[in-house]
Ligand binder design. Sequence first.
Ligand code: APR
Length: 235
Amino acid sequence: MPLPSSIVILTGAGISVESGIPSFRDKSGLWSMVNWQDYATPDAFARDPGRVRDFYNKRRRAMAGVQPNAAHHALARLEAGFRGDLLLVTQNIDDLHEAAGSRRLVHMHGELGSALCEACGMRSRWPGDMTVDSRCPQCESAGRLRPDVVWFGEMPYQMDRIYRALGEADLFVAIGTSGHVYPAADFVEEARLNGAHTLELNLEPSETAASFAEAIHGRATEIVPAFVDRLLETS
Ligand code: APR
């Protein structure tokens, strides 16, 4: 692999599995336990906001005591030690990349610890439970707060910034994602068309495995630190 000058990394739920956070489409994944149509769409929220808020309250509470793992820490080490441009785009709504020290980070599907006010559009940090009585810190409306996460059918965040980075990248790495959900699943093609080397680090071949020039399969806590060590040794 040639020495890159600009890297885009995309992570998915697989990077957080070894921290104890279930993925979505593995056999014991979240969407095998509940129907995403009842919890992760704007219609589901309009139909039953309390049930959707409770679903995210449970996921927020489940983050208590959860620590980043060696894969998160390796990516933070890469950001600190890599002299070129690096952008970490995560589909995950947990805060494990930040907890490990990553800062050049985009949460394209939003964040579990953030609330969005449907009345005034304000985003605010929301570490606790959200209920119908929760008030927006800015406009003080009650009953208008929703989880600040991107649901199916909604536009992911910061897409312009992501596509600009994909246009400049000479290395694109996807880690722990099944390649099931667009537009994230299309990033590898975008990077490849712009001449980037493309690498998949995943437990098993993803649905977009054929688009990658290189793949390393294994557990993230093993293959990601090894990848970062190799990259930092050559840079
Ligand atoms: N190490 C590396 N990869 C792993 C590990 C592990 N320990 N455990 C699981 N994986 C891989 C699985 O093989 C799978 O390919 O991680 C991937 C997880 O895929 P998904 O569960 O589909 O998660 P993700 O790709 O992040 O889903 C994308 O779908 O429901 C939406 O918004 C949600 O952001 C999510 C999006």
